[in-house]
Design a protein around this ligand. Structure first.
Ligand SMILES: C[S@@+](CC[C@H](N)C(=O)[O-])C[C@H]1O[C@@H](n2cnc3c(N)ncnc32)[C@H](O)[C@@H]1O
Length: 251
């Protein structure tokens, strides 16, 4: 695999001897990349400058074929850090959507952990499978088709992440599936959903959650003209983060 940056646009290509990669800025022969050092500078047939790298997990994530909105790096970075997701963790996710968040989770639990991801629409689950395989992360992921609000048979997860519109309907399933002490994070685009979720959470054994919004402002750095970018991602969603407390009833 190679990440090819042509001017400011990134493409991920599977390198094959003799193949040619076409873009509207000209073409590049795969043979000009194979065997070259990472970061090598090339030129397209239209003389546009190009660089080739091994793709990072963030490159795979931003290049997924989308069937849904995806979880953005600014949000998933904070979630992964706050939930303590690392190698060996057993993570439950719903819904899978395009599989972008699934890929990030799989990357961080590797090599010994596992991500079990539920999606109620089979066609989305199939698209996610393709995206996950493209990043060679399929061995770390178990994709399941089903509505998580109806209950799931798996137990003893270290962490659970929900990115679906009605998480308050899923809290019973999630409480049963999570270990005591396990982390729960929920991504929600609207504040009405946040309030409904947090109020419902009071009926379950969870700590009072932290509710945050992550904002990133990029800067354009030029000599004597450094300023914030004119454009930014204004809103993606809110993050509700908590932990399951020990409950003697054994829920
Ligand atoms: C916004 S998308 C998730 C995107 C995903 N985080 C990503 O990065 O690609 C929400 C997904 O949740 C699924 N969904 C909604 N309710 C669900 C439920 N109760 N159980 C399982 N999946 C559900 C939807 O079909 C949709 O694909």
């Amino acid at each position: 695999m190679a990440l090819v940056r042509i001017i400011k646009k990134d493409f991920i290509i599977r390198l094959e001897k003799g193949a040619i990669f076409h873009t509207n800025k000209g073409y590049i022969c795969h043979d000009d990349i194979i065997g070259k050092p990472e970061g090598v500078k090339l030129f397209t047939s239209l003389n546009k400058p190009t660089w080739a790298f091994r793709p990072l997990i963030s490159d795979f994530l931003m290049n997924v074929k989308r069937v849904t909105t995806i979880t953005y790096p600014k949000d998933l970075g904070y979630l992964i850090f706050k939930m303590g997701i690392n190698s060996g963790k057993k993570v439950l996710e719903a819904g899978t959507g395009s599989g972008a968040l699934t890929m990030a989770l799989a990357y961080y639990v590797s090599p010994d952990g596992k991500v079990c991801s539920y999606e109620k629409r089979p066609e989305f689950s199939e698209k996610a499978r393709e995206n996950i395989s493209r990043a060679c992360l399929e061995d770390l992921v178990e994709l399941k088709v089903g509505d998580i609000s109806r209950g799931i048979p798996e137990r003893d997860f270290d962490c659970c992440i929900l990115d679906l519109p009605e998480p308050w309907k899923c809290l019973k399933s999630v409480t049963r599936a999570l270990k005591s002490g396990g982390s729960l994070a929920i991504f929600l685009p609207s504040v009405n959903q946040v309030e409904r979720t947090v109020v419902k959470m009071l009926e379950f054994p969870f700590l009072k959650p932290e509710v945050v919004e992550v904002l990133i402002r990029k800067w354009d750095v030029k000599k004597n003209a450094t300023r914030p970018d004119f454009q930014m991602i204004g809103h993606t969603g809110f993050l509700v983060i908590t932990r399951k407390i020990f409950d003697e009833s054994g829920v």
